[in-house]
Design a binder for this molecule. Structure first.
Ligand SMILES: Nc1ncnc2c1ncn2[C@@H]1O[C@H](COP(=O)(O)OP(=O)(O)OP(=O)(O)O)[C@@H](O)[C@H]1O
Length: 240
């Protein structure tokens, strides 16, 4: 398959990343590629370093060693807001919506912080996540978790990101919401977005991911397509 120059410019990679909290090494020698048009999943037990990896990719934790590249550009030392402008958007394990703002205003914040300021992107994101009806005018404070996860995702999408980092997007969702989420994420990948998903729901990972990386104690210990890697993870009884 020929890879276009545009595609190359949007590949997010890490090279030999190491991250520490005081003296403790939370990430060690993590090298990984997040290509456009693919869904890449990270699984692993609590404390494996998944969220720390996200922090290093999003610019909220500075690695002690190694590099983060977007295409050929070294973004290791760029702050989070500058990475957002380059098209790297994230959602959080702990929901981070503004409770007093309406759904639509939360999503508009994402458009203002994002790569391009496209007013149509707000409406597109609201529509894609099923938030364009009466929900759009409701304050976020009163909404259930499943709806708030959609608001967060819509807010990330409103900035037209090239790379989407999703930290446990299915946490707190019911079965129907997980099915709807999977459909949206596959559509985004089909449109060329690069997705990196940390997820504990292994059925969802098996359904979604093109590539799975298993982390343990700060390292990537297995990588490959889900049918191969999830079998290995299961046979080791990895508590994910
Ligand atoms: N701010 C911090 N200060 C000190 N240690 C931290 C800090 N954040 C994380 N750690 C430690 O770093 C290691 C990796 O944590 P991290 O949150 O990245 O793991 P995780 O795989 O995301 O876990 P979980 O699935 O529970 O979210 C853990 O041992 C954790 O205790």
């Amino acid at each position: 398959m020929a890879i276009s120059r545009r595609t190359l410019a949007h590949i997010l990679t890490t090279h030999h990343l190491q991250a520490r909290y005081d003296g403790f090494t939370a990430l060690d020698d993590v090298t990984l590629t997040v290509p456009p048009g693919h869904i890449t999943a990270i699984i692993g037990p609590n404390g494996a370093g998944k969220t720390t990896l996200f922090h290093c990719l999003a610019g909220t934790h500075r690695p002690a060693h190694g590099q983060v590249l977007l295409g050929t550009r070294d973004i290791t030392r760029l702050p989070a807001h500058a990475r957002t402008r380059l098209g790297i958007a994230r959602t959080f394990q702990q929901l981070a919506v503004f409770p007093s703002l309406t759904v639509a205003d939360n999503v508009r914040v994402g458009a203002e912080q994002g790569r391009v300021r496209d007013p149509a992107a707000v409406e597109r994101a609201l529509r894609l996540l099923g938030l364009d009806g009466p929900l759009r005018s409701m304050p976020a404070a009163d909404l259930p978790t499943g709806t708030l996860r959609r608001v967060e995702l819509a807010r990330a999408l409103a900035g037209s990101p090239r790379v989407l980092l999703l930290d446990e997007p299915a946490a707190g969702l019911d079965t129907a919401e997980v099915t709807a989420l999977a459909r949206v994420l596959k559509a985004l990948a089909a449109d060329g977005t690069a997705l990196l998903v940390v997820e504990h729901d292994l059925d969802l990972v098996a359904d979604l991911a093109d590539t799975v990386h298993v982390m343990a104690a700060g390292r990537i210990v297995a990588s490959g397509p889900p049918d191969r890697v999830l079998d290995v993870a299961g046979s080791q009884e990895t508590p994910v």
